[in-house]
Design a protein around this ligand. Sequence first.
Ligand SMILES: [Zn+2]
Length: 420
Amino acid sequence: MNASSSPSPSATAPRCRACGDVLSETFCDLGASPMANSYIRPGDAARPEPFYPLHARVCTGCWLVQLEEFEPPAAIFGDYAYFSSFSDSWVDHARRYVESVVERFGLGPASRVVEIASNDGYLLQFFVRRGIPALGVEPAANIAAEAVRRGIPTVVRFFGAATAAELAADGGPADWIVANNVMAHVPDLNDFVEGIRVLLKPGGTATAEFAWLVELVRRRAFDTIYHEHFSYLSLTFLARFLRRHGLRAFDAEALSTHGGSLRVWMCHVDDPRPDLPGVGRVLDEERREGLETIEYYRAFGPRIAEVKFALLEFLIGARRAGRLVAGYGAPAKGNTLLNYCGIRTDMVAFTVDRNPHKQGCLLPGTRIPIHAPDRVFEARPDYLLILPWNLGDEVMAQMAGIRQWGGRFVVPIPTTEVRP
Ligand SMILES: [Zn+2]
């Protein structure tokens, strides 16, 4: 056989970003979609936009669910449009976290706290207010600038082993590291976790929160799959992965944030602290769900097709009956949902978002315009489709005024539900 003809499948098949195995099993294939955070500015509306395959696979070697990397993180996160402080419930979650760990672990003015992907300082502000030295590491310059303006020291960097070594040399190792909703965004997980090991002081603690794969599957939250999320994590995967990097998960707990998250508490592998019951509890739960069997992953695709069919049936029925449907929110996850379902302005006329950076733009792919929330009260839609369904209660409280004209809320996940 001529070696220069078609390459063998193993040479072209994507490989696991954690362990290097060939990825041969599909978790779910959502077709092609634009980058979920590439909101289109009005002046760019006449230009084409790139679509990339959105095909999640699972590694049978280490059970990491993952997407291929099509754009380098610098292109994705350099001018990131998500400001954490625009979500009241997320800021409140951060405040409660800081209150609980400061007490429990005795953090004070002599401690050093580092948050990776610190966004606009929504979390570190609560350490800083208590006089605890804190440093943010945030790759998006425009968001880091907002944190600095608010008095949160922040360096504009991607985090990895090299950055960790510099930070440790500059200000000393960290007593406390926070890594919330960032591990999924990291293309080189090995380098990232190595960075935590390098920066963490002996006896120090790191906590990471991420969307929990178990809840993604239970809630059929396939809309949290988008190109910026390279990895979909379980403790089954992470506990073994951490050990390979000299770290240990000593506690774990399920959280209700972001539609179902996991918080994992980490220390150095030789730390004398015993494992707390949370680790065994979460691993047992994952085993019962079947996370170490390929059938668990193969079953997901057919279940999400049902979510699409139900939403399209509702929207087609509403539009044929002459109803006006608008969206609420312009989160990245909404772009996966709308693109996968093929929804355009013929079904959802516009959406609204509190974030002024998104107002006036179009949603990527679907080209649905984003307005300020006031627009809902001018247009008086019959239905408001809540795209950040994980914040559904918060949105329904904020927008309760739509009931004045009989407007109703629609939640698309885990299946279409109309709420009075
Ligand atoms: Zn793997």
